[in-house]
Design a protein around this ligand. Structure first.
Ligand SMILES: NC(=O)c1ccc[n+]([C@@H]2O[C@H](COP(=O)([O-])OP(=O)(O)OC[C@H]3O[C@@H](n4cnc5c(N)ncnc54)[C@H](O)[C@@H]3O)[C@@H](O)[C@H]2O)c1
Length: 537
């Protein structure tokens, strides 16, 4: 367990630590009951039954679990098999109306924005404690619904959620405005007030982490919320939202709608009584919700969208460590990361060795049932993503890139895909431009710093980048030249609660986490009071 803990925290919260991550490679596979992709002769597994009960499948409106107004439900599926886990209430426009009305009332008349900031902080702290206490059940729901390894949920993602809630609990009583000096006889105050009812729409790749990034800062500022979860992963947010109520959150402050984008999501984005919209998802949908917000009441919108992030390996790199880091940067979470290092740029001097070693690492990748100990990669989220990834793999083959390893599905059941690598990838190939959102690494060759800066920036996206080098001068040049919202140097996927995260260009607008996220949930009000006498008598 200690070793598993080490690997999971290094996976997401720390910089590269090859020694901790490679513990999987030192243990006997048979003892762990695991299959490596490169050695799995037949990939057929009886799915392990998760040890959790599904208690919440209804919508959460005004503190109560309720059926959808239409009475409709939709199935949420197990990515390991494609079979139904549970039928979940399907919210649509009418349910969004009910939820927004509850949030409106909670904000306009309820105790939440009026209680002291310290009291709000204590409720968030209690919620964090409860999430921590129920880590096992929440992680089981998260992995069952999304297909991500249970160890990743339990040892990395749910702890990140807890940490983030505590971070924002710490902010609740430190949010304040300013008194500024005025030219005339005026007392000038700048007040920071909660923005009101926040509409939030989240994706399926990190269901609860995305929930936390949105709910934490909004609650710390005293807002009320209607959040729409992704249709692929509705379960964990319902469980956790109940814990917030157990922690003392007043009814109506946090409403959770399960349902589909064009119905429930669009209703939320275009609702006249929603004061702010926060969206995470694809760039294409980001454009849609921005338009809906503009056409309705011009609510301010923050957008966290897609990416095609460069992972740049300079020639001075220790190749073994670079291979491990680049592997992690792409394959983590089945390759379903907005910030995945999905364009691996490698200096030509070390290129061939890097490709060979990357292939060996991909062949050692442990793919299998996410509930099996030691598994690094589970199935993709659903049939649609599975087919989309296989289409991109075919496009890669057809476009003349060299298929180094993988290139097909794994097994005959569920949505497992072989860890796949293409080398000799050119910038104009579709696989080097589009977000594949799957376990497909594309390796490109470069010759010098100016060239790699130009090519790395030649993307419609600008979410993140990784660098691997010991040369400080080169690192300094690159960190300033790359047009991205986050740069990880000799590490990747470090998601500290205090770090603002967001994109340049078509990767989004605004930032989440850190202080920046608070700004998106506050209104700024200037108050000028005439003084009988000049200021500062
Ligand atoms: N930048 C980030 O922080 C970040 C984080 C995670 C994921 N992402 C991005 O999310 C994408 C993957 O997620 P996805 O496939 O769920 O994206 P998606 O855009 O299909 O869906 C995201 C959410 O939007 C909803 N939605 C869909 N159509 C809608 C509409 N017409 N109106 C309102 N809501 C609608 C969906 O139901 C879902 O809840 C990737 O592009 C990934 O890069 C970005």
């Amino acid at each position: 367990m200690a070793a598993a803990k080490r690997i999971a925290s290094s996976l997401i919260a720390r910089s590269l630590s090859t020694s901790s991550r490679s513990f999987l490679l030192r243990r006997g596979d048979a003892a762990l009951g695991i299959q490596r992709f490169g050695t799995a002769a037949a990939f057929e597994e009886q799915p392990i039954k998760p040890s959790v009960q599904i208690n919440h499948t209804q919508l959460l409106i005004n503190g109560n679990f309720v059926d959808s107004a239409s009475g409709k439900t939709f199935p949420t599926l197990d990515p390991r098999t494609g079979e139904v886990i549970a039928h979940v209430a399907e919210g649509d426009a009418e349910d969004v109306n009910r939820a927004v009305a509850a949030a409106r009332k909670a904000f306009d008349e309820g105790p939440w924005p009026r209680m002291t900031a310290y009291e709000r902080s204590r409720i968030l702290l209690r919620a964090a404690d409860l999430i921590e206490k129920h880590n096992d059940e929440i992680s089981a729901l998260e992995s069952w619904d999304s297909g991500k390894p249970y160890e990743q949920s339990a040892l990395a993602e749910i702890p990140l959620v807890v940490r983030l809630m505590r971070y924002y609990a710490g902010w609740a009583d430190k949010i304040h405005g300013l008194v500024v000096p005025a030219d005339g006889p005026h007392h000038v105050q700048v007040l920071h007030e909660p923005i009101g009812v926040a509409g939030q729409i989240i994706p399926w790749n990190f269901p609860l982490v995305m929930f936390a990034w949105k709910v934490g800062p909004a609650l710390a500022c005293g807002n009320a919320i209607v959040i729409k979860t992704a249709e692929q992963t509705p379960l964990s947010a319902l469980y956790v939202a109940r814990l917030f109520h157990e922690a003392g959150l007043p009814d109506g402050v946090l409403n959770v709608i399960s349902g589909f984008g064009p119905t429930a999501g669009a209703a939320l984005a275009s609702h006249m009584d929603v004061d702010k919209l926060a969206f995470t998802g694809s760039t294409a949908t980001g454009k849609v919700v921005l338009e809906l917000a503009a056409r309705s009441n011009l609510k301010p919108v923050t957008l966290e969208l897609g990416g095609k992030s460069p992972m740049i390996i300079l020639e001075d790199a220790d190749i073994d460590n670079a291979v491990e880091l680049a592997h992690f940067a792409l394959f983590f979470n089945q390759g379903q990361c907005c910030c995945a290092g999905s364009r691996t740029f490698v200096h030509e001097r070390i290129y061939d060795e890097f490709v060979e070693k990357s292939k060996a690492r991909a062949l050692r990748r442990v793919v299998g049932d996410p509930f099996r100990k030691g598994v690094e990669q589970g199935p993709q989220i659903d049939n649609e993503q599975f087919n989309k990834i296989l289409r991109y793999i075919k496009l890669g083959k057809d476009s003349g890139a060299s298929l180094v390893t993988g290139g097909d599905r794994l097994g005959s059941k569920g949505f497992y895909i072989q860890p796949t690598i293409f080398s000799d990838v050119q910038d104009d190939m579709v696989i080097a431009q589009d977000e594949i959102f799957g376990p497909v690494q594309t390796i490109l060759k470069f010759n010098n710093l100016d060239e790699v800066i130009r090519r790395a920036n030649a993307s419609r996206y600008g979410l993140a980048a990784g660098l691997f080098t010991n040369n400080m001068d080169h690192a300094n040049t690159l960190m300033r030249a790359l047009k991205v919202g986050t740069i990880w140097i000799n590490c990747f996927d470090v998601f500290d609660a205090a770090l603002p995260f967001g994109g340049f260009k078509m990767s989004g607008q605004g930032r989440e986490k850190g202080i920046d996220s608070l700004k998106a949930y506050l209104q700024v009000k200037s108050v000028v009071t005439a003084l009988k006498n000049p200021a500062w008598l």
